[in-house]
Ligand binder design. Sequence first.
Ligand code: BGP
Length: 470
Amino acid sequence: MSAFPKDFLWGAATAAYQVEGAHDADGKGPSIWDTFSHLPGTTYQGTNGDVAVDHYHRFREDVALMAEMGMQSYRFSISWPRLLPQGRGTVNEAGVKFYSDLIDALLEHNIEPMITLYHWDLPQALQDEGGWEARSTAEAFEEYARLCYQRYGDRVKLWSTFNETVCFIGFGYITGGHPPGVKNPARALQACHHVFVAHAKAVAAFRTSGINGKIGFVNVLQTHTPLSQSAEDLAAYQLAEGIFTHWLYDPVLKGEYPAQLLAQAQAVWGVPQFAAGDEQLLRDNICDFIGLNYYKRETIAANHHESHLTMNTSGEKGKGHQQGNEFGFKDLFKFVRNPTGVYTDWDWEIYPQGLTEGIMNIKARYGDIPMYITENGLGAKDPIINGEVVDDDRIDYLRQHIGAIEDAIKQGADVRGYYPWSFIDLLSWLNGFQKQYGFVYVDHNKGLARQRKKSFFWYQKLIGSNGAER
Ligand code: BGP
């Protein structure tokens, strides 16, 4: 027997841009990722989502594999420009039909759909009008959300508005590594505010939609540890907690920003600027649940230098966290390599206890909020031995993290589901196809043929025993 409740949902996750392909099929409009990934030098070896793993045309085969693995829920995202090519206004019925058919196929197999409304692929048309820096994008998002509720709300109970603000705002507006490629913290904070406004408007619309379901928000669960117990490392650690947790969770779980940080940001940059009614809007529209995406822990140290992000996008160990070039902000903090840490080939620390700690920290700060682990997984180049994909490292990683969730449940956390990233090997935004996460391998040399990995059969057993056999 495991400690997982009987109705715990064992699932897996993907995102539209990373699996669907069909980037201009059947009336879909371009997204900012379609544009960005076609610019030279933006992604690993120029990879893009034009075809991805062609889930758009093969979703029935993929859903059959999900069912065979025993999946009880599937987290996927909707491509906004597939439904609304201009971001608002005219509806592309062929796009609506694609997700409608996908939902029907899932339900036929008793797989509960969990929809993410925004997993980073903003319609390019809205970017051209200012993207998240323009308040009108929040209004367009509400229109898009209402359309999804109308068309899918009769069949879908689990919804989340946004995936990982820290990534699409942080990389999009601070480091410039994601579209729209801006490097300006003040612009980031205002764009981020509009995301919170869009979220709150979509939650408000959900609550009057008559849907018998729940709506939440998905954040990175970033567990931090200070590099040392020195006063300056501890101060840096506190600040990182404030920015990466409190700033990004408080508005959706408490309905307000952390007061001290807000005052500091407004004093230094004059942002975020609130429109009349924003404070009330946030307060009135707190989430029903929080989705947590956990991959790694970050070790935090004081930082006295200008630093730039050296990201490992090649999978050659040691390319990340290069001394003097770690991600950070001068006089605030930086992310450093933990001297005792165990790292993946992409320099992500493997630290399962961080998942238990992170869940318990969320519970301590926000009370008894229901939680779903909406992403967790190991990016690796999987070995193929005699034709079989032997992803033992992934099995180990998942086993340990499932144990960490069980520990949190035993300590009283209300965790209701687990969605490993990812159901199938897919396109990693900046790392191409070589960073694999799936239970299902896709052979790019054999017309994207699907193949079950060793982890597929392992997860199948685990689901069958509600987490006991692992
Ligand atoms: C999360 C994203 C996913 C996915 C995952 C793995 O931040 O929500 O879309 O890509 O990270 O990241 P990567 O592909 O960079 O390894």
